[in-house]
Design a protein around this ligand. Structure first.
Ligand SMILES: *Cc1c(COP(=O)(O)O)cnc(C)c1O
Length: 382
């Protein structure tokens, strides 16, 4: 029976229509390379969209959000043996680049309000690492599912201990904290345009810098670190991390519809709040106050297992109806590849992982899709 119903995805690409025009232009002018007018155009579009009255921004378009995180760590001076603090509940791409640098990740628990970094656990970790002889060099803080972390509290701690802040805003393009765009808070901000994100370049990312010098260094490293010489001359290890001009064309089209995409994702969240409001077993995750505006990249719920229903029961039930849902990110300190590294916290992320589920949140879901989802949820919780 499941196969008769078309699949409802968690989050799928949603083109606006103008993407092909920019891609066609790239073909017409033969800019089929990892540089060109779409790449610089997308960087300018992002700088305008994120614009911050407090400090200028300089964006480098890259091949992925993961590449942006890696370059941010390099620009932060992270070297083998250094320690880097990292939110434990996140996608593995927040943590992997720490190991690319042969540095040691130190994982920090979440708090219940934003599901992001717990400021108390963060400060306790910093003090303990200092006591053990090493001050962490940088912090990777994440706006999970589009919800900003406690920006003021986390930043005050970074400032107090002089720790470089790398803001993983891969899921939070279009979110704001106290009116300021996510992606602009850290010493470095990173964005992702993977296929499942709020807008996509099919695959891609960006690094947001506070100085032109950092942006230029990022582009230099991302294009094989070629010194100025007629021959190929190198005095640094380089990377092939620049965004293709074809992908950037998709990105320029997507930037035109970003405000719509944010509204559509937020409308999905409102839809879930409405249909689940009378089901006591379920809590729809929402921002703690009006200081926080989430793009609600994914709408998430927690299911209280004492109700007799579970998130896994719901997930499997939705699967029989060809509706995709997914457990929350499994914390990094529980992952086989990372479980030998230090962790500080109180099992908040563990319990969110046990009881939390992401529901279909795409901006391209139809009324018919929403009806199927609504009926499925009402049936499961009846
Ligand atoms: C998607 C994502 C990334 C990685 O971005 P890619 O473009 O897929 O490399 C990093 N961090 C978080 C939190 C993400 O969701």
């Amino acid at each position: 029976m499941a196969n008769l119903l078309s699949k409802i995805w968690l989050s799928s690409p949603h083109m606006g229509g103008e993407e092909v025009r920019f891609v066609q232009e790239a073909f017409d002018t033969n800019w089929v390379a990892p540089l060109g007018p779409n790449v610089s155009g997308l960087e300018t579009d992002l700088e305008k969209y994120l614009a911050d009255s407090d400090s200028p921004l300089f964006v480098a378009a890259l091949s992925s959000g993961t590449a942006a995180l890696h370059l941010a760590l390099i620009l932060a001076g992270v070297e083998p043996g250094d320690e880097v603090l990292c939110q434990s509940m996140t996608f593995s791409a927040s943590a992997n680049p720490i190991r690319y640098q042969y540095a040691t990740p130190v994982f920090i628990d979440s708090e219940a309000q934003t599901w992001n970094l717990c400021p108390d656990a963060l400060e306790a970790a910093i003090q303990d690492r200092i006591k053990k002889g090493k001050k962490p060099k940088a912090l990777v803080a994440v706006h999970l599912y589009g919800t900003p972390y406690q920006v003021d509290a986390v930043h005050a701690i970074c400032k107090k201990y002089n720790i470089i802040l790398i803001e993983d805003s891969a899921e939070a393009l279009g979110s704001t904290y106290k009116g300021k765009a996510c992606g602009t808070f850290g010493d470095f901000g990173i964005l992702s345009f993977n296929g499942n994100k709020i807008i996509t370049t099919s695959g891609g990312g960006a690094l947001v810098c506070k100085t032109k010098a950092h942006q230029e260094k990022a582009v230099f490293l991302a294009t094989q670190a070629r010194d100025a010489a007629p021959h190929y001359q190198h005095s640094h290890i380089g990377y092939n991390y620049r965004m293709s001009n074809i992908c950037a064309g998709i990105g320029r089209g997507q930037m035109r519809v970003l405000p719509d995409r944010v509204n559509q994702r937020r409308a999905m969240h409102t839809f879930y709040k409405e249909i689940l409001k009378d089901i006591p077993a379920v809590k729809v995750f929402e921002t703690p106050s009006s200081d926080y505006v989430s793009n609600y990249w994914l709408s998430c719920i927690t299911v209280n297992p004492e109700s007799g229903k579970t998130r896994e029961g719901l997930r499997l039930f939705l699967e029989t109806l060809n509706i995709e849902s997914r457990p929350l990110w499994k914390p990094m300190h529980l992952q086989p590849v990372f479980n030998s590294y230090p962790y500080y916290g109180n099992r908040v992320a563990e319990s969110l992982f046990e009881n939390g589920l992401c529901l279909p949140s795409g901006s391209n879901l139809s009324d018919a899709d929403r009806n199927r989802i609504k009926e499925a949820l009402q049936t499961y919780f009846a």
